[in-house]
Design a protein around this ligand. Sequence first.
Ligand SMILES: [Zn+2]
Length: 217
Amino acid sequence: MAHRIAKALSKLRSQVNSRWPDRNKASDGWIGDTAHQATNSDHNPHVKDGTTGVVTALDITHDPKSGCDAGVVAEVLIASRDPRIKYIIWNHQILAGDAGQSPWKWRGYQGKNPHTRHVHLSVKATKAMYDDERPWAVPGGVAPSQPSAPAPTPTKRATLKRGAKGADVRHLQKLLGIEVDGVFGADTEAAVRKAQAKHGLGVDGVVGPYTWEALTK
Ligand SMILES: [Zn+2]
């Protein structure tokens, strides 16, 4: 059967390759090898787009010498709260995205491969997620060698969640059209969740880069 890599992951791979052109790719991977094929790994094209199998996982080699530190790549992805993330495995630990168990928290990973040579990223199995080619958050941003790529729109605003206070919260409340008191409480969180649902984002009540972007459009 024909298969391909998820477009979201080929985007990430090209961003990483532009960022560190000389990086070691020895432990890179996307399509499952025979060992994987017996398992339900996302490296197998078990997600179907019509008759084409889609691989929804990507491994990026840990090569700190070149600058491509898999742990840093993971942390930057996590900090972005990207709604496409299903889970990340790195260095004996696994972390689920917004729809998984204990979202955005590292848990011990007991799988056979401890993932010390590469970071593994799985994206969600819906086409709107796995074929979403928006730029990912990558350490140091998108390399300038991609002038034709749409400019990434990382916001300088802090990620906000319940308990936050101050000018950014005031700005958020203005954008949401709710009472402006500078305190991120229950009402603000409810308004954020509503806005996230409206914009098709992961509904977690946390205002990260994508939520800021959606609100400021
Ligand atoms: Zn993997």
